[in-house]
Design a protein around this ligand. Structure first.
Ligand code: ADP
Length: 270
């Protein structure tokens, strides 16, 4: 049994080579752990709004004679129900992204259009906080992928930028191209993120400041969705930030090539 699960690899070590006996079960055990953690996290996260809805239902029952109280509790119930709906929708999105690493119907996409769509969807929240959205996205840059997924990824970065920034500040969304890579970056003048948390913010349910994120309705899944979407598109996402000096999140995607254009539109074949 042990022998079946062991594989032999030759790994270079300086000028010598060493034989590595690796336990192939390790990876599947690790994946099982990740899955178990995810389910434990989900259960924990769902308990909070479900518990709150139960308590509020009791409170409404007891305050039946007082319409003002009933209205206040009912409003809070709606907020908790909305949070639950947002959370379950994001859990479903994330598990789909993790299960289907291949894209279904990739198309040739104009990056400026994706960015404009994502910015528009954040406009109302930005206006409510008097945050100015400044976009610099040249036309003519294309990537190969799925528009709804990439729009959500860029949307999540902009929505976070607004969320974690003070009233009246600026959020910049820029697009540029370097060496066959298209970069989409979102910069804010907000609270920033300590260096020790830079990698962890992309983990599911990780929040730098638990209370702040939860109070503002954060699910803790937004950046995990960005990471998986971008990875499924053959790209990567990174963060630069200093506490107090704002943050810049950058998505890097391979620029679409002529071959992608032909794949997207077989009629364009020479
Ligand atoms: P949430 O729903 O909590 O915002 P995310 O996955 O989108 O979840 O982000 C994870 C955590 O990373 C957040 O809780 C917050 O602490 C931190 N974070 C994300 N974006 C920013 C930002 N632009 N500025 C400061 N902190 C951020």
């Amino acid at each position: 049994e042990i022998a079946r699960n062991l594989s032999v690899r030759v790994a270079p070590l300086g000028t010598r080579f060493v034989l590595v006996l690796a336990d192939d079960n390790t990876e599947s055990i690790r994946l099982d752990e990740v899955r178990r953690d995810f389910i434990a996290n989900i259960s924990h996260e769902l308990k909070t709004p479900i518990g709150a809805i139960g308590v509020l239902a009791d409170a409404i029952d007891q305050a039946a004679e007082d319409p003002a109280h009933v209205r206040r509790f009912a409003d809070r119930m709606t907020t908790e129900a909305d949070r639950l709906a947002a959370l379950t929708a994001e859990i479903i999105d994330l598990s789909k992204l993790q299960a289907n690493e291949a894209l279904h119907e990739p198309q040739l996409l104009q990056v400026d259009e994706i960015v404009a769509d994502a910015v528009d969807r954040n406009r109302v929240v930005a206006d409510g906080k008097r945050v100015t959205l400044v976009t610099r996205a040249p036309s003519g840059l294309a990537v190969f992928g799925e528009a709804p997924l990439l729009t959500v990824a860029v949307h999540n970065l902009i929505s976070n930028a607004i969320h974690y920034s003070p009233e009246g500040s600026r959020v910049g969304v820029g697009v540029r191209r370097t060496d066959g890579v298209v970069e989409i970056s979102v910069t804010d003048q907000g609270v920033g993120i300590p260096k020790s948390d830079h990698d962890r913010v992309f983990e599911r349910f990780y929040r730098v400041d638990d209370a702040r994120s939860r109070n503002t309705g954060g699910t803790g899944l937004g950046l995990a969705i960005v990471k998986h979407t971008v990875q499924n598109h053959g790209g990567e996402v990174s963060v630069w930030s200093q506490p107090g000096n704002g943050s810049t999140f950058t998505i890097r995607l391979p620029e679409a090539s002529g071959i992608d254009a032909i794949a997207a539109d077989p009629a364009a074949r020479p």
